[in-house]
Ligand binder design. Structure first.
Ligand code: EPU
Length: 336
């Protein structure tokens, strides 16, 4: 295990907020993690486990222990006629895992190319993009109880997945640590290309193959979303709100062009980026916090922003969307 004291968290959050943690501890295996959890430091301080830091906003210094997984193995554990089952350590970079699957010709995660973060957090957050959510390919999740130190395996159903949600964000929040995830990938990929103009874009790059889908998605993301290495951000700052059909139908009368996604017979999802854009926020800046000029759902650190500045901007945006559309946007990003 590696223990650092009074260390800056700037390299560990994609917003690039410069706060410090009392302790930062990285572990390389399940045994190492158990040893960490048994240390006096971990037993007597609050513990926060982070992944790639791509969904966090630090508002102040963290008084406690920040834990990070460096479990980086990827291994095919079994297969049947249609699928391969691949176990990836929680500390594997998500996009390295996607590249590995695509290179092996295994389908299921190609639409999730270039999402920042790590494998462990993907299973907490139920990451999603371009018509696919990671819950579609998760077979099981392996975790260790923070108090009990016992290992436990969660089936997909036990993970309680919903839109950007899981049992690990609700009942089990802060109670267990994901060590690895087993994915079920298809030997004969079933391509999912019905998101907006995705199929058209893929065909511009040639035939529909896993590699071409990955290549297309990388270029779509790069054209819309800022690179966190260049300007700090955490991807979508808010979740897309799900509203009742009744409210939706009323809004549609005033805004017939409003984009929307079907959720169920009683609910519809509206892109938060569109709502924020309609309120005139795209490209605007307050202090060192800004709204990305190509995708209004992404807030960016324009240089030296504090967490408080980003939250201030987020609150202004929430207020104007509430005022214009009667919808309260919920942050997807966790405030720490
Ligand atoms: N739109 C605007 N203006 C904007 C942004 C979007 O009018 O500034 C409109 C677009 O024209 C489009 C609609 O809103 O009609 C949806 O936009 P987009 O396709 O960019 O997707 P999104 O709903 O804004 C979601 C995810 C993204 C994911 C994309 C692609 C959420 C909160 N966000 O964004 O996920 O990459 O779909 O599937 O669900 C993330 O979670 O960090 C993330 C980037």
């Amino acid at each position: 295990m590696i223990i650092k004291e009074h260390t800056s968290l700037q390299p560990y959050n994609t917003f690039g907020i410069d706060v410090k943690a009392d302790y930062f501890i990285e572990y390389e295996s399940i045994d190492d993690l158990k040893a960490v959890l048994n240390t006096e430091v971990a037993k007597s301080n609050p513990v926060l486990h982070i992944g790639g830091g791509s969904n966090l906003l630090f508002l102040k210094n963290y008084s406690g222990v920040i834990l990070h997984s460096a479990i980086k193995s990827i291994e095919k554990v079994r297969e049947d006629a249609d699928s391969v089952f691949v176990e990836a350590g929680s500390g594997v970079e998500w996009d390295d895992f996607v590249a590995y699957c695509v290179d092996n010709g295994w389908g299921g995660v190609e639409n999730l190319s270039l999402i920042p973060g790590e494998v462990g957090a993907s299973a907490v957050q139920n990451i999603g993009a371009y018509g696919v959510e990671v819950q579609d390919v998760i077979e099981e999740v392996n975790a260790v109880g923070l108090q009990s130190l016992e290992a436990r395996t969660f089936s997909n159903a036990e993970c309680g997945y919903g839109y950007r949600n899981s049992v690990f964000k609700k009942e089990l929040k802060g109670k267990c640590i994901i060590t690895s995830v087993v994915f079920r990938l298809a030997k004969q990929p079933l391509f999912k290309l019905n998101y907006q103009h995705l199929e058209e874009e893929v065909l511009k790059n040639g035939e529909v193959t896993l590699h071409n889908i990955r290549k297309t998605i990388i270029s779509v993301r790069e054209s819309k979303l800022p690179d966190p290495k260049v300007s700090g951000n955490a991807g979508s700052f808010f979740m897309n709100p799900v509203i009742s059909k009744e409210s939706f139908n009323k809004l549609l009368q005033t805004y017939p062009q409003m984009p929307h996604y079907f959720v169920s017979d009683t609910e519809e999802k509206i892109p938060a980026g569109w709502l924020i854009d309609q309120c005139g926020w795209k490209g605007r800046q307050i202090g060192n916090a800004g709204v990305h000029d190509k995708q209004a759902l992404v807030l960016v650190n324009k240089g030296g922003a504090t967490g408080a500045e980003i939250v201030h901007l987020a609150e202004q945006i929430q207020a104007s969307v509430k005022d214009k559309f009667g919808i309260l946007l919920q942050p997807e990003v966790n405030y720490i």
